[in-house]
Design a protein around this ligand. Structure first.
Ligand SMILES: [Fe+2]
Length: 268
């Protein structure tokens, strides 16, 4: 997954060229050949997040560098059987895997900043998906969203077993991290910082700037890891929030905020 921080450029994904600018998000699907470039005079900067740690655990992390070879001269993605007749378990499994693979190879590749629409959430922020199954992406469980915190406000506290990475696009604040809802530590952050929330820590992100909103991009390894843990750890609770009256007091009502216009990120 790619989040562009500065500059304008392009990425070729299995031969399809995508033009991008600051604040845009891209998905580089598993097995897809990809290369990026910048035809302008301005430096471009982007962040990439991948599911490599998970694949490494399974012995599946590989990388093939083809230099500048034209995509037409490169091998295709791994072949698979599209259809087998029959009602036996093997034929049904082949058809299921084929359907899933076709969906994965047909997923969305690009979200432009210009198309983002942030919506208020019960946890006190306004939020939009950047790369997620909910908006047509087919990633390997990794998901990216952006939330905006109003001046002096925060996102309500919660915890989950998958770790989260958060990149601060604009603003400054601090995050509560602790093994309990009280007694943990506050960690300050500002534009350009990465916050790492370790597994199953209670956490809350607060905007300490009295005048400006804070925009934060968050990346989770969500579906696949949580599905596995759900199967292995049932009935362990995998997403925990405080009781509603505590959550609502922390979140306050985001509809009372006069949100600023959404402008593309700047660097530095
Ligand atoms: Fe979280």
């Amino acid at each position: 997954m790619v989040f562009v921080v500065a500059g304008w450029g392009w990425t070729e994904i299995d031969g399809a060229r995508v033009e991008w600018g600051p604040g845009d998000s891209l998905h580089l699907p598993a097995w897809a050949w990809h290369r990026s470039g910048n035809d302008g005079g301005e430096t471009t900067r982007y962040l990439t997040f991948s599911s490599e740690p998970l694949l490494h655990t399974m012995g599946m992390a590989i990388l093939e560098d083809a230099g500048t070879t034209d995509v037409a001269d490169l091998p295709q993605r791994p072949a698979y059987t599209e259809h087998l007749d029959g009602d036996d378990p093997y034929a049904r499994r082949v058809r299921r895997l084929s359907r899933e693979q076709q969906a994965r190879r047909g997923g969305r590749l690009h979200t432009s900043w210009d198309d983002l629409e942030l919506r208020n959430t019960p946890r006190g922020t306004r939020t939009t998906f950047l790369l997620d199954r909910a908006i047509g992406y087919q990633a390997s469980g990794i998901t990216m969203a952006m939330f905006e915190i109003a001046p002096g406000r925060g996102q309500s506290m919660h915890r989950h077993p998958g770790e989260a990475w958060l990149y601060v696009v604009e603003g400054s604040g601090h995050s509560y991290l602790g093994t309990e809802p009280e007694g943990g530590e506050m960690h300050p952050w500002q534009k350009g910082d990465i916050i790492v929330v370790d597994h199953f820590l209670w956490h809350q992100h607060l905007n300490t700037d009295p005048g400006r909103t804070a925009k934060v991009v968050r990346i989770h390894m969500f579906d696949t890891l949580l599905e596995t843990m759900r199967a292995l750890c049932d009935p362990l609770v995998l997403f925990e929030e405080p009781p509603d009256h505590i959550r609502d007091a922390q979140a306050r009502d985001p509809s009372t905020v006069d949100w600023p216009e959404l402008t593309r990120p700047t660097w530095p």
